[in-house]
Write a protein that binds this ligand. Structure first.
Ligand code: ADP
Length: 456
């Protein structure tokens, strides 16, 4: 096996493949080590929507946006504890990263956007079928085209330094052996978050215990964080672990049919049939509100017109069928019937819908101040989906500087070591806004790749 390259990338998710492609395009030889039998990580199982201020669809729809507004949304959405310098880089480069995905990697985007919670305007691009399959397939195809070798089933276990502390390689398990890989220019850690590592979750945040389900890929065990910490890297914001508010109540999986909410066309109600939170609030705020309901679940309500307009059924037909079959989603001709399926108070729900429709007419949600366009509910059939918050994203991780270099506990750069993606911390503060992860992993994956390649 090949155990030597200019740049060695750990992890073949979105950040890792973006880094590998960019390093290669900048003249480096590149080797990618991936723990799992397949590429993709959490990126693959996500909806892969990508926030990009000033994008082509905003232009078409006449939505005004700016780098500054995006910057402010990221900072505010994470309670202003993120590293402003790094966030600035993310905000400034999100659009060019999206254009790179579109034009160089040939990722196809839908021609509608979604309005993710906590953003000030609609700015999130949606890849084909609102699925991470599209960007991952295209990134993988680009790696193949460029002749980038990806060794799967090869978990990295240890970073290797020379006497001066410079990173010169990595140890990894391959085919039952421990191999030493040599990196002439540098190592890029892109191993993702630690949402699937129960012990690590509890160590940093005791609330995130075994009772909470998870949306994460089994590969998200924080290996890169552990490896970097072992050589003195600084970790930041480790206690901030995000739950996604509307996941499968039985399995914890992400539910894409529920994206009708992000199309601005659904309301969240409780068992009493009442709204209890702004539907486009931050994920942490909605999750907390759900936890405080009588039964700990939320019920997403919408009508047939919203189903058709949002396109979520067509895009996620298998998920739709499965949810119906398991009784987690109900379709019924009347509000009463739909409510009865889950034991929701039907009279209250009817009143809630009537009141919401009044707000739509007035153009103002007087109860929760829901952002975006307000669209009234019409005729049935009606839909209600039951869901629960589940662990989704770990905001904390390795501290990087704006050049994607890893910073140690003394505040100095660890030479020849880069990190990008969910493995890093300090970018989303206490709470990541929806669709900011793909922007983050692409922006810093590309920066890490370019800088490692140039690091001769
Ligand atoms: P990001 O969104 O930051 O790219 P992902 O979760 O999409 O994160 O990708 C991280 C990838 O890193 C996954 O494919 C995961 O299996 C892989 N990975 C995790 N730990 C290791 C490791 N020790 N060695 C190599 N790859 C790893």
């Amino acid at each position: 096996v090949n155990t030597e390259a200019d740049v060695i990338v750990l992890g073949a998710g979105g950040a890792g493949m973006a880094a590998a492609i960019t390093a290669k395009e900048n003249g480096a030889s590149v080797l990618v080590l991936e723990k799992m039998p397949m590429v993709g990580g959490n990126t693959l199982i996500s909806g892969a929507e990508m926030a990009a201020p000033g994008n082509w669809l905003q232009e078409k729809e006449g939505i005004e946006d700016s780098v500054d507004l995006f910057y402010e949304d990221i900072m505010k959405g994470g309670d202003n504890i993120a590293d402003p310098e790094v966030v600035r880089v993310l905000a400034e480069n999100a659009l060019s990263a999206a254009e790179w995905l579109r034009d160089d990697v040939h990722v196809q985007f839908e021609d509608n956007m979604l309005f993710f919670g906590g953003h000030s305007v609609k700015r999130s691009l949606v890849p084909l079928n609102a699925s991470g399959v599209e960007p991952i397939q295209k990134l993988k195809a680009k790696c193949d085209e460029l002749g980038i070798e990806i060794q799967t089933d090869t978990p990295a276990t240890k970073l290797i330094q020379d006497e001066a502390g410079k990173v010169i390689g990595v140890e990894a398990q391959h085919d039952g052996q421990t191999l030493t890989y040599t990196a002439h220019n540098g190592v890029i850690i892109a191993t993702g978050g630690f949402g699937s590592n129960l012990e690590m979750r509890k160590q940093y945040n005791p609330m995130m215990d075994e009772k909470i389900l998870s949306t994460n890929s089994v590969g998200s065990t924080g290996d890169g964080i552990t490896m970097a910490e072992a050589i003195g890297a600084k970790l930041v914001d480790m206690e901030w672990i995000q739950t996604y508010p509307t996941c499968d109540a039985e399995t914890g999986r992400l539910l894409y049919v529920g994206d009708v909410r992000l199309d601005g066309r659904a309301i969240l109600v409780n068992l009493e049939g009442k709204r209890f939170v702004e539907e486009l609030e931050r994920r942490d705020v909605i999750s907390k509100a759900v936890t405080e309901t009588t039964d700990g679940f939320s019920y997403l309500f919408w009508d047939e017109a919203s189903m058709v307009a949002s396109g979520v059924r067509e895009q996620h037909q298998n998920e739709y069928d499965d949810l119906i079959e398991r009784g987690m989603l109900v379709k019924a001709d009347t509000i009463e019937e739909a409510a009865a399926h889950f034991g929701i108070d039907a009279e209250n729900l009817k009143a809630t819908v009537a009141k919401y429709n009044e707000y739509c007419e007035k153009g103002k949600d007087e109860e929760f101040n829901k952002r975006g366009d307000l669209i009234a509910f019409g005729e049935g059939p009606y839909y209600i989906m039951k869901s629960i918050p589940a662990i989704h994203h770990t905001m904390g991780g390795i501290k990087i500087n704006p050049e994607a270099q890893v910073v140690n506990v003394e505040g100095n750069v660890i030479e020849n070591l880069y990190a990008a993606g969910e493995v890093t911390g300090g970018i989303h503060g206490t709470n990541r806004l929806g669709s900011d992860a793909i922007a983050d992993i692409m922006v810093f994956g590309r920066i890490a790749g370019a800088n490692a390649a140039a690091n001769k």
